[in-house]
Design a protein around this ligand. Structure first.
Ligand code: ASP
Length: 318
């Protein structure tokens, strides 16, 4: 009879997970709507996650290791590649982790940490589940986490592209008039919109060889956004969820994902007995076609992704 090892916390979910002999699986994504030629970054992230799981046997360690690879790759909107806020100067990032060992942590609107996913992991060890803004940044300092790098040329370029699109008549956020950002402008510096909606949140879901599930996600947020905006990546049940039946991560426009509580809804379909593939497809089919959306998931028997647009992904099953 195989037994669960490396257990750090005990809760009811853990008892219900128990072991399966399905083996390791990881699915990662680089963001709904992102170019498929970013798949090499996804493959690197998935391989890193797999290597980490071999080392520590912990599904959550694997998911975090995979997300860190994305956070170090400037092409993705997470960590070092995070999009700039509309003022062209501020960066606000969200990140989260959850697993079937009972670990749950998230950060929202953090500005000065190189790897927000490590901060989200650290929050899971505090008495809280979600820290936002200055308090979260202070925790990063207290723990000695590496500070964010100075804004790069690549980040400035992405920002210029966004401003150009915002000046156009096509809504950069589906269903939202571009002028709304001007109307509700809440930055310290005056509005200077010379002229791309960014998604590319990154995420990883893992089934450990011991049958535990984990999810991790990180984002520079969607752009454009008002100062202080928090998206689905920090909100359990919306951008991420893990339970005894599997782990789910979402990507796309956070405002839509939150309204549909996307990750938990898909998990609910699993509870009703649907296969992972059916559950992902069913949920994607219900989303407005104009709203780029993607989902990834793992269950005891499946590892899959589904999106209504191009989305770079990688899957490893062992
Ligand atoms: N869901 C993210 C957010 O709205 C963006 C994304 O997935 O690309 O913050």
């Amino acid at each position: 009879m195989p037994s669960v090892t490396s257990v750090k916390a005990t809760n009811r979910e853990e008892e219900r997970v128990s072991n399966t002999d399905q083996g390791f699986a990881i699915v990662v994504h680089g963001g709904a709507g992102e170019p498929l030629d970013y798949a090499d970054g996804c493959e690197r992230a998935a391989r890193r996650g797999h290597a980490q799981c071999i080392e520590t046997g912990d599904a959550l360690d694997a998911a975090i290791a995979a997300v860190m690879v994305f956070e170090e790759d400037e092409r993705f909107n997470a960590g070092t590649g995070s999009v700039l806020c509309l003022d062209g100067a501020t960066i606000e990032m969200d990140a989260s982790i959850m697993d079937t060992r009972g670990r749950l942590g998230a950060v929202a609107g953090v500005r000065d940490v190189r790897n927000p996913i490590l901060l989200a992991r650290a929050v899971a060890d505090t008495p809280h589940v979600l820290l936002a803004g200055e308090g979260a940044d202070r925790l990063a300092r207290a723990l000695g986490l590496e500070q964010a790098r100075p804004i790069s040329a690549a980040q400035r370029k992405k920002h210029e592209q966004l401003l150009k699109e915002l000046a156009g008549s096509v809504p950069v956020m589906p269903g939202i008039n571009n002028r709304m950002f001007e109307r509700f402008w809440n930055y310290k510096t005056p509005l200077q919109l010379p002229k791309s909606a960014a998604h590319d949140t990154v995420g990883a879901v893992v089934r450990g060889a011991d049958g535990h599930f984990a999810v991790a996600g990180s984002t520079g947020g969607s752009a454009p956004s008002l100062l202080g905006r928090v998206g689905d990546t920090a909100l359990m049940g919306s951008g991420f969820y893990a339970g005894p039946l599997g782990a789910i991560a979402a990507t796309g426009v956070g405002e839509h994902i939150v309204r549909h509580m996307l990750a938990r809804t898909v998990y609910g379909y699993l509870e009703q007995g649907q296969s992972l593939r059916q559950a992902l497809q069913r949920r994607i089919d219900l989303i407005d076609k104009d709203v780029d959306t993607g989902l990834i998931g793992v269950t005891k028997t499946e590892a899959a992704s589904c999106s209504n647009t191009h989305m770079p992904t990688a899957i490893i099953e062992k």
